[in-house]
Design a protein around this ligand. Structure first.
Ligand SMILES: Nc1ncnc2c1ncn2[C@@H]1O[C@H](COP(=O)(O)OP(=O)(O)OP(=O)(O)O)[C@@H](O)[C@H]1O
Ligand SMILES: CC(C)(CO)[C@@H](O)C(=O)NCCC(=O)O
Ligand SMILES: [K+]
Length: 231
C-alpha cells in the first residue's frame, strides 16, 4: 500500500493506493489506517512546508520513505509550457498528468475548482497550452465581505445563475457567475474535446456547465500522483 497526499491551501486529502491501482480515500490521522502496510508516501504540496511538517508529525510515518512530487518540464509524455517549469503549481501539474492518463488522446480543458480556480489547456499531443488562475468561489465571497463595510454573507449556499434580490444572493450569484463565466470564456477562447472538472467546488459547479462536455473527476490529482508509484 502507498499513501498519496494532496496538501492543499485550505485542506489536505489522502488516498490509499494499492500496487494494482485501487484507490481508497483515507482520513488523515495516525489512527485511521494500518501504518505497517504503508510502503511509501507520495505527496504534493501547494501549501507551505509548515503544513507538510505538521502532517508528517500527525501521521507518524517518519520511518517510511516520503517522496515529494514537484512540477517538471516534462513527465509521462506531458509537457509543461512554463519557462520555469517548477513554478507551475504542482496540483495543476498533477491534474494534467491525471487527465492525460485518463484520456491520453484528447485535447482537454482541466479545471480545478479549489481555494483558487485553475484552468489549464492540454493539447492532443499532451503539450500544456497555458492556463488561468482566479480566486475560488469561497475566496471571492470572503474578499468582498472583508473589503466592504456593508456586504455580508450567510452560512448557507444557494447560489444560482440569476440576478439576486438581496445582499447574500447578489454576492453568491455574482461569484458563481464569475467562475462559470471564466470557464465559458475559456471555452470560447479555445474549445477542447473534454472539460475535466475537479476540486472542492466541482460538484457545485457541474449543473451550470451542461453546455460543455464536462466530466467530474474528483480524483484527478491522485491519478496523477499514482503514476509516480515505483516510477
Ligand atoms: N469540506 C470542505 N472543506 C473545505 N472546503 C470545501 C469543503 N467542501 C467544499 N469546499 C469548497 O472547496 C473549495 C476549496 O477546494 P479544495 O478543497 O479543492 O481546496 P484546496 O485543495 O485546499 O485548494 P487549493 O489546493 O486550490 O488551494 C472552497 O471554495 C470550498 O467552498
Ligand atoms: C494556483 C494554486 C494556488 C491553485 O491551487 C496553485 O496551483 C499554486 O500555488 N500555483 C503556483 C503558481 C502557478 O501555478 O503559476
Ligand atoms: K486543489
Amino acid at each position: 500500500m502507498y499513501l498519496l497526499l494532496d496538501i492543499g491551501n485550505s485542506r489536505s486529502k489522502g488516498m490509499l493506493a494499492s500496487r494494482t491501482g485501487q484507490m481508497t480515500p483515507v482520513e488523515l490521522s495516525a489512527a485511521s489506517f494500518d501504518r505497517t502496510a504503508i510502503e511509501a508516501v507520495y505527496y504534493a504540496a501547494v501549501a507551505g512546508q509548515d503544513k507538510v511538517q505538521a502532517l508528517k508529525k500527525q501521521l507518524q510515518l517518519h520511518d517510511k520513505p516520503w517522496r515529494q512530487i514537484e512540477s517538471e518540464a516534462a513527465r509521462f509524455g506531458v509537457q509543461n509550457c512554463y519557462s520555469q517549469p517548477h513554478l507551475l503549481g504542482v496540483d495543476r501539474w498533477l491534474a494534467m498528468l491525471g487527465s492525460h492518463w485518463l484520456m491520453p488522446k484528447q485535447d482537454l480543458l482541466v479545471v480545478d475548482a479549489g481555494t483558487a480556480v485553475t484552468l489549464d489547456w492540454l493539447s492532443t499531443d499532451a503539450v500544456h497550452q497555458g492556463g488561468w488562475i482566479l480566486p475560488g468561489l469561497k475566496l471571492q465571497q470572503q474578499s468582498v465581505v472583508q473589503k466592504t463595510a456593508k456586504v455580508f454573507n450567510a452560512d448557507t449556499h444557494q447560489a444560482r445563475l440569476q440576478p439576486g434580490g438581496d445582499t447574500v444572493a447578489c454576492l453568491q450569484n455574482g461569484c458563481l457567475a464569475a467562475v462559470v463565466g471564466a470557464i465559458s470564456q475559456a471555452w470560447q477562447l479555445q474549445p477542447m474535446q473534454q472539460v475535466l472538472l475537479t476540486g472542492g467546488d466541482a460538484r457545485l459547479l457541474l449543473p451550470y456547465l451542461k453546455n460543455y462536455p464536462v466530466q467530474l473527476e474528483p480524483n484527478l490529482l491522485f491519478y496523477g500522483l499514482s503514476r509516480f508509484i515505483d516510477s
